[in-house]
Design a protein around this ligand. Structure first.
Ligand SMILES: NC(=O)c1ccc[n+]([C@@H]2O[C@H](COP(=O)([O-])OP(=O)(O)OC[C@H]3O[C@@H](n4cnc5c(N)ncnc54)[C@H](OP(=O)(O)O)[C@@H]3O)[C@@H](O)[C@H]2O)c1
Length: 257
């Protein structure tokens, strides 16, 4: 039997499109003739210069939305704006993620580094926001052909693969994200048939998120965002309904939970 493909004139939505891997995914999707519309979301599109430049050169294929996934009403408004514009995405990519920031957030090395407010912020971006995205976006996806909801997770979120320790908030929030996706994939089999859910690990990629931790990355193991975008879209093209609820690396390898 033929494998289902994305429909012609499909819509894709990228959440976390302002920079890094999300920007490269947005660019790749805007160049993919199967997708006529790419909805590119981040908190402040007006201040995302690279995204604005890309949108200006994409002949109307990219439409930007201001979304803060840590705010309930913001995610709800995204869903409503898709309804108003008659857009039903066949592909949703939740890319946003938080590991460190300029306000002193750093991955924890030991228990004494744990702070409630920092744990809360990392969980808000990496797990709770994606949960809201699942709630708002799954019912709005086009499901007559192939449909994929994928979230960028991280191998360090794998519990069985955890041998180094550290990075409590990031690891635990990505593990929570994985469990949320897995749980939604089971409900989707009943309620949103045809939608394939997946957690994706991009590999160590040259972005602001990984920059402070790149010194020990072995030669050839630090990927460009364009390479990763191409690899992740190839994985998305391969996966089928039977793969729903699984965790895949950039090379298609299945990662244990
Ligand atoms: N880079 C790596 O080596 C690596 C490795 C494993 C996994 N990952 C995962 O891959 C994903 C992308 O990472 P990246 O390296 O491309 O990161 P990045 O360059 O730091 O970009 C992060 C993105 O998340 C968005 N974001 C942050 N907080 C947000 C919020 N509250 N609401 C909406 N959007 C928000 C940012 O948009 P605005 O700030 O403009 O809103 C930005 O587009 C993340 O989930 C990360 O955990 C990355």
């Amino acid at each position: 039997m033929d494998k289902p493909e994305f429909p012609d004139h499909a819509t894709a939505l990228v959440q976390g499109a302002s920079r890094g891997i999300g920007l490269a995914l947005t660019r790749a999707l805007a160049e993919d003739p199967r997708f006529t519309t790419v909805v590119a979301c981040c908190r402040e599109p007006a201040r995302a210069a690279s995204l604005a430049e890309l949108a200006a050169s994409a002949s109307g294929r990219i439409t930007t939305r201001s979304v803060d996934i840590t705010r309930e009403e913001s995610v709800r408004a995204l869903g409503q704006s898709l309804d108003q514009d008659g857009l039903r995405p066949s592909l949703v990519l939740n890319v946003s993620g938080l590991l460190h920031d300029e306000d002193g957030l750093q991955p924890e090395k030991r228990l004494e580094d744990l702070e409630f407010a920092q744990l809360e912020r990392v969980f808000a971006v990496n797990a709770l926001g994606p949960a809201l995205m699942l709630r708002e976006l799954l019912p709005r996806m086009a499901r007559s052909d192939k449909a994929v909801f994928a979230a960028l997770s991280a191998r360090v979120g794998s519990i069985s693969d955890n041998r180094l320790g550290g990075w409590y908030a990031y690891r635990a929030s990505k593990a929570a994200l994985n469990q949320l996706l897995r749980t939604a994939s089971i409900e989707a089999r009943r309620r949103f048939r045809n939608v394939i859910l997946a957690a994706l690990h991009p590999g160590t990629t040259d972005t602001g998120l990984s920059r402070p931790f790149q010194a020990n990355v072995p030669e050839g193991k630090l990927f460009s965002t364009d390479f990763v975008a191409e690899r992740l879209l190839a994985v998305i093209d391969q996966i089928q309904v039977d793969d729903s609820g699984e965790f895949f690396a950039w090379d298609g390898e299945r990662i244990p939970w």
